[in-house]
Design a protein around this ligand. Structure first.
Ligand code: SF4
Ligand code: SF4
Length: 292
């Protein structure tokens, strides 16, 4: 198998181990048309390990989903990934549902905390808080369990404008402070009750349009779906269209280049919203687009 050299412009590699999840949040990005079953073919742990270990990069591998801890081989994948790859994890960590087979005791006893080690100002295990689905006291207990075992863990909440969400988030902020847990907020992107949230001024006609047009688009992200297909943006990932390769293809190589796309107008808000770059300057978007 050939190694996969990640271009130096890349800043994010995401392994969506599964789109299945133990929760069903109303704002979930991958509940396609409210289908919470999220059925996709999934690579086995062995396939993930064999192919991720071909990657050569300093960019961390981010394990996400769905809920990545629902993947039956999650522990195996983390333990068998080659040490030169750093790891971070996005999880809801909410282990008291039937779908969550992995206990946190197993997590703690099997994984060395130093293995989950993204070198960044925020936690390597970022736990998402979903107020209408979770018992906040249990979440704090679970996060403390990892924290006391030496894991670098924090809680994040999306500023979703639904009823009770903001007051619940506010209370969680205080609980985290009392427990010495790093707590961060994440902007909500998309529509809620016909109101658009997020700043899309760089490409204002890129989202929620009925008509689409052809553009050239370039991304510095490697998005690997549960079956190994690789996509150039979140729109393509969630709609399973226009895969640019598969991680199990022995000849696959990541390339930083402009590609044709005829779906401009229906971009995913996450890819085109305005963000700050590493110098905290506003004006950056994940993808670069050239319109004719
Ligand atoms: S926890 Fe995340 S993946 Fe699961 S339903 Fe909620 S938003 Fe979606
Ligand atoms: S133009 Fe939009 S839909 Fe097309 S690849 Fe870029 S981000 Fe994706």
């Amino acid at each position: 198998m050939n190694s996969i050299k990640i271009p130096e412009e890349f800043n994010y590699i995401s392994s969506f181990l599964t789109f299945r999840c133990n929760l069903s949040c109303p704002y979930c990005l991958n509940a396609f048309e409210d289908d919470f079953s999220r059925k996709r073919n999934e690579l086995s742990g062995e396939e993930w390990v064999e192919n991720l270990n071909r990657i050569e990069t300093n960019v961390p591998i981010t394990f996400t989903g769905g809920e990545p801890l629902v993947h039956q081989d999650f522990i195996k994948i983390i333990k068998q990934l080659k040490p030169s790859l750093s790891i971070d994890i996005l999880t809801n960590l909410y282990s008291n549902t039937e779908k969550y087979k992995l206990t946190l005791d197993t997590f703690v006893s099997e994984i060395n905390p130093s293995r989950i080690n993204k070198n960044s100002p925020y936690a390597s295990i970022r736990v998402s808080y979903h107020p209408d689905q979770m018992n906040p006291a249990k979440l704090i207990d679970d996060v403390n369990l990892l924290k006391n075992a030496g894991f670098n863990v924090g809680i994040w909440a999306v500023l979703y404008p639904g009823p009770n969400q903001l007051s619940a988030i506010n209370q969680m902020q205080f609980r985290c402070k009392d427990n010495g847990i790093d707590f961060r907020l994440k902007e909500f992107t998309g529509k809620y009750k016909d109101e658009l949230y997020g700043n899309y001024s760089k490409y204002p006609d890129s989202i929620f349009m009925e008509k689409t047009k052809e553009v050239l688009c370039r991304t510095p992200e490697l998005l690997i779906s549960p079956n190994g297909d690789i996509y150039k943006c979140h729109r393509d990932l969630y709609s399973q269209e226009f895969s640019i390769g598969n991680i199990t293809d022995k000849n696959f190589q990541a390339e930083y280049k402009f590609r044709k796309c005829n779906k401009y107008g229906q971009c995913h808000p996450c890819d085109v919203k305005l963000k700050t770059n590493h110098n905290q300057e506003l004006g950056y978007t994940t993808v670069d687009i050239i319109k004719s």
